[in-house]
Design a protein around this ligand. Sequence first.
Ligand SMILES: [Zn+2]
Length: 301
Amino acid sequence: MAWFKKARKPIAPAKGKASRVPEGLWVKCPECSQIIYNKDLATNLSVCPKCAHHFRITSAERIKTLFDGEWVEHDANLTSTDPLNFTDTKPYKARLEASMAATGMKDAVVVGSGTIDGIPTVVAVMEYGFIGGSMGVVVGEKIARAIERAIEQRSPVVIVCCSGGARMMEGALSLMQMAKICGTLARLDRARLPYISVLTDPTTGGVTASFAMLGDLNIAEPKALIGFAGPRVIEQTIRQKLPEGFQRSEFLLEKGMLDQVVDRREMKALISTALRFMGAKAVPAAPPQPFAVAAEPAVQP
Ligand SMILES: [Zn+2]
């Protein structure tokens, strides 16, 4: 065998096989094209360290950014019964199963109670990964129960919206959830308990048209898409070019639809400050457990 003979391997990747950065290690910011190490992004609450672009996050990540630590999930096992036996390009049941497998959730909202800077709060967070965060009977029921729970234990409510609107596969039943949640919110209001609505990218359709805009404080993340109908539908209807930044948080703040646009990294502090301002009280932290020190046996001389 010759000394210098070696099998030649093509340097360039074979045709049709694109060279690919392993997924989940580096992310490119869609706004400023900065390449960010995934772990750095996670420690920065999925906000680009260079341009403050807010990446979308899952409901599980969101809940972690809000609660102090331990929290209890409620009504995790409610599932849709597919009341209309609905089929579009594929059966609604198959869509539900695919979303359950992808997200590990039973529907598009997670509800829990815990503390935010020491303030006992009931939080509902919508999950866009579950059929576009759409609001069906289960979402409506879970949010309504969350509010009722808050009234019972006299604690404030925070709802983080992230939704494409009502779930068309449940027809009119999904639209009824708007009224149901609004009715429960009215009871929360009569009980003189605060409700903060956090609008994230995207918040559209029936969610915007109901509880997302009913907060005692409506705050949004920067540049989040917030609207009822999509811009294309509006343009076609009114036959006019829409202004720059239309339906984004900053535009809505300027027009008086929102109270504040808040960076995700300051969201928790702002929520707890606002809740305290509205009269919510923090519970004192549990006293540290004294060390159980075993008595040393007396030394026998
Ligand atoms: Zn960026």
